[in-house]
Design a protein around this ligand. Structure first.
Ligand SMILES: [Zn+2]
Length: 325
């Protein structure tokens, strides 16, 4: 059985909306949907620029809908956490009454059999609206907008910014080699795999030599040295994005393990002021004790805490800087 590890990458950020999309979002808080005139057309959602000529449009907004017609749709049978509804629904292009373009939104029709091109739909508003497209929870079949009990009312100030949380979750199979490398890491060892053809050594449970296209298995394993030389470094000034726990500039170093071709990139350097970090430093691996392991963040990569200067004389080989992988 192949094991898999599930990972989620998130990129939370804010974007400014500008005078046109901002007006659209502000109107949503008032349970209104607005478009913008562009020549003899009404564009919804409104754009700042004429899509045909690129000319800036006057801020000539017009209320549209609230009902409209489904022009095209696609059924989402198994919604993910990223979808606007937690049960099957349709993504649809809805041409609102009075609009000449379509708005992409969810239609909550109950079943795929209730969906059809040309069907009439109207918005189901949220009670609490923040100036986001999801202020319309979904469109529903019919002509009448659905208003929930308890109305939060329109925004007191124009909506100018939008929070956005880009996120993707994916699964990667974990190979037996990777599992063994991780187990070795938990025991305070670097497990290597040496290619019998070219003699190169790899870490991290890589199951093949990419040069010789040769499979590497347990018979090619060896323990790698715990000492190495810094070949490159970066002093990182942390940006305070959500989830960032570092507040002061810190170093990450590339460590070339002795007597191997292995470079471990972006490693923490322990007990060293940033001004003292330099290429050629001799360092040794420091592993978490059993007690420390319990305190390691779930996101930590194994039990390697980082690298400690050994105090040996620096390696002054000028070509070290070229070794980054
Ligand atoms: Zn090889």
């Amino acid at each position: 059985m192949v094991q898999a590890v599930q990972s989620t990458i998130q990129f939370p950020y804010k974007r400014s909306l500008g005078p046109v999309v901002g007006a659209f979002m502000t109107a949503l808080t008032d349970r209104r949907i607005i478009g913008i005139r562009s020549g003899d057309r009404v564009i919804v959602p409104p754009l700042e620029w004429n899509p045909d000529t690129g000319d800036e449009l006057a801020h000539d907004f017009v209320d549209v809908g609230p009902a409209g017609t489904v022009v095209s749709w696609s059924w989402v049978a198994r919604p993910t956490v990223q979808h606007p509804l937690d049960h099957p629904f349709a993504f649809a292009l809805v041409q609102l009454d009075g609009a000449d373009t379509t708005l992409l939104h969810a239609v909550d029709a109950g079943s795929i059999d209730a969906m059809s091109t040309g069907m009439r739909v109207a918005p189901r508003w949220r009670a609490a609206r923040i100036g986001h497209i999801t202020d319309i929870e979904a469109f529903v079949p019919g002509e009448e907008p659905v208003m929930p009990a308890g109305d939060g009312g329109p925004a007191e100030e124009p909506v100018t910014m939008m929070d956005y949380n880009a996120s993707i979750t994916y699964s990667l199979p974990v190979t037996p080699n990777a599992l063994r490398a991780e187990q070795a890491n938990a025991e305070g060892r670097f497990l290597g795999l040496r290619c019998p053809e070219c003699g190169r050594t790899y870490t991290g449970g890589k199951g093949y030599c990419p040069v010789d296209a040769l499979e590497l298995t347990t018979e090619h394993e060896l323990d790698l040295p715990q000492h190495g030389t810094v070949t490159n470094y970066t002093i990182i000034t942390p940006v305070q994005y959500p989830g960032q726990t570092e507040t002061d500039p810190f170093a990450r170093v590339h460590v070339w393990l002795d007597d191997t071709d292995v470079i471990l990139g972006y490693q923490p350097l322990l007990d060293t002021p940033n001004d003292d970090v330099r290429i050629g430093m001799r360092v040794a691996a420091v592993w978490a004790s059993e007690a420390e392991k319990a305190d390691l963040a779930a996101t930590a990569e194994g039990s390697l805490l980082g690298w400690m200067p050994t105090g040996e004389p620096d390696d002054d080989d000028p070509s070290l800087v070229n070794r980054i992988q």
